[in-house]
Design a protein around this ligand. Structure first.
Ligand SMILES: Cc1ncc(COP(=O)(O)O)c(C=O)c1O
Ligand SMILES: N[C@@H](CCCC[NH3+])C(=O)O
Length: 460
């Protein structure tokens, strides 16, 4: 967002309720919160990729996820540059489609998949299997077999059961797959407990402190069926504080050292996972990818030097930070219900089926009137959906113009990650399309579901 348009996109700075702080740096917030080609024209209409959202709504309907393709590609390049010399695996769980796989591939990234479905999407789109990493705490025999048959570059093993399953499949096929060990490093990431993944009491990985991760290395090396490529840790998601990554890097490198010394191998790779936070509202102040990369590289350099280790090749797995800010959801306002003395409930034509994050993680979002200018004063609004749940909230608190009315378009930024990919058909509401916009052209990359699609699986 251009600086002079900051006020236009968010006319409500300075009007925040007392429990909201004004943003530290409005211009920085605009570039963090909105995709780079988003602007508002003189009539207050939001534009993206050179197209007004009013036109996009007329062409594609609402709700719709609008992807600023240039922004998405630029974020891929930012991570590649920031982590130069490392492999950047785009985490497909944030949002995956064949078009996204192609963009990721064209921008020189690797791809992390975590299910047979994501793997099938990657392969269908022509992703180089050698650049695919396969994650998951409960990969099935079928999924593992398909990964081996496709020749995926690395499989991140998550349990002793999986080591056994994968080894049997590898022997059957006469192949020697490359594996990483997912290590639970015991870091309490400062994020919602549902998306923290490296504390001890949860389902992912091999415990570092309990010695399981070291034992896993011994098991793999002892059997000689799988090729141990290195260690992996992912401490959680939507993390702002780089110190968690530093602690994690330090701990995992101490295990790396122990494996090298005691088991007599070299481990060529170290993966520090994803989890880089993004801005959803004016309250968030994420660190630029370059700063995070510098800190992570430095800690790896320093630790390796201190431990006398050859520096392993680094890899990272960002999802949210690449696709999250590149997308906003466009909704049409339906019912507007003022609650005297409380707030106004502004209902939109989607809700928890296209964005479950508010209900699931108590996530905060923001919204802006996207289809016109308003000179009305601000009113405290809650943007809610059309589902049969009182928890069906998209934006908990936002100041919207007091004359908001049915037919207005609202845009909610930061919905690229974990919104379409976690969307549901709750209440038999068809899922919205994903529309990529670039250079004044729009193209549907995931089409809108229809009621026929919903009925298609019903038998009898
Ligand atoms: C193993 C792994 N890698 C990468 C990611 C991507 O995380 P994020 O989208 O927060 O970057 C996740 C999700 O949290 C994950 O579980
Ligand atoms: N789905 C979560 C992120 C978890 C990613 C998987 N480890 C979110 O929306 O924030």
């Amino acid at each position: 967002m251009r600086a002079h348009e900051a006020g236009a996109l968010h006319g409500d700075f300075g009007q925040h309720p007392t429990w909201l702080r004004p943003p530290a740096d409005v211009n920085k917030l605009m570039t963090e919160l909105w995709p780079q080609t988003a602007t508002k024209d003189d009539g207050g209409v939001l534009r993206v990729g050179g197209k007004p959202v009013t036109e996009l709504a007329a062409e594609h309907g609402t709700p719709a996820y609008l992807l600023d393709e240039e922004d998405f590609r630029a974020r891929c390049r930012t991570f590649r540059t920031a982590f130069a010399g490392a492999d950047v695996y785009y985490a497909g769980k944030a949002f995956l489609s064949k078009a996204i796989v192609r963009m990721v591939h064209e921008e020189g990234l690797h791809l992390d998949v975590c299910s047979g479905g994501e793997l099938a999407t990657a392969l269908a789109a022509g992703m180089d299997p050698a650049k695919i990493g396969f994650h998951g705490n409960n990969k099935s025999v079928g999924e593992l077999g398909r990964a081996l048959d496709a020749g995926v570059g690395r499989i991140i093993v998550d349990s002793f059961d999986e080591i056994e399953r994968l080894s049997a499949l590898a022997v059957e096929r006469g192949v020697r797959p490359q594996v990483m060990i997912r290590v639970t490093v015991g870091v309490e990431a400062h994020t919602h407990e549902f998306i923290a993944t490296a504390h001890e009491d949860q389902k992912f990985g091999f415990s570092l402190s309990g010695g399981e991760a070291f034992r896993a290395a011994g098991t793999i090396l002892g059997a000689g069926v799988l090729e141990l490529r290195g260690l992996h840790s992912h401490i959680g998601s939507q993390i702002f504080d780089a110190s968690g990554f530093e602690v994690s890097a330090r701990r995992i490198l101490s295990l790396h050292k122990r494996i090298v010394d005691e088991l007599g191998v070299t481990l060529p790779e170290l993966d520090l996972g994803g989890g880089f936070g993004i801005a959803y509202t004016s309250q968030d102040d994420p660190q630029p990818a370059g700063d995070l990369a510098d800190r992570m590289n430095k800690i790896v350099d320093d630790e390796c030097a201190a431990l006398g280790l050859d520096r392993p090749h680094l890899s990272v797995e960002p999802g949210r930070a690449i696709v999250g800010p590149a997308v906003f959801t466009l909704y049409e306002v339906g019912t507007v219900k003022p609650m005297e003395g409380l707030r106004t409930y502004v209902s939109v034509d989607g809700g928890m089926s296209d964005n479950i994050r508010t209900a699931l993680y108590d996530a905060s979002y923001s919204a802006t009137l996207a289809s016109r200018t308003s000179h009305a004063g601000p009113m405290l609004a809650r943007v809610v959906g059309k589902h049969c749940e009182s928890g069906d909230v998209v934006v908990k608190d936002e100041f919207l113009p007091a004359d908001i009315r049915p037919g207005d378009l609202l845009a909610v930024p930061g919905t690229g990650a974990y919104c379409r990919s976690m969307a549901s058909n709750y209440n038999h509401v068809p899922r919205p399309p994903v529309v990529a916009v670039r250079d004044g052209q729009s193209r549907v990359i995931v089409r809108r579901e229809t009621e026929d699609d919903l009925l298609a699986l019903d038998v009898g």
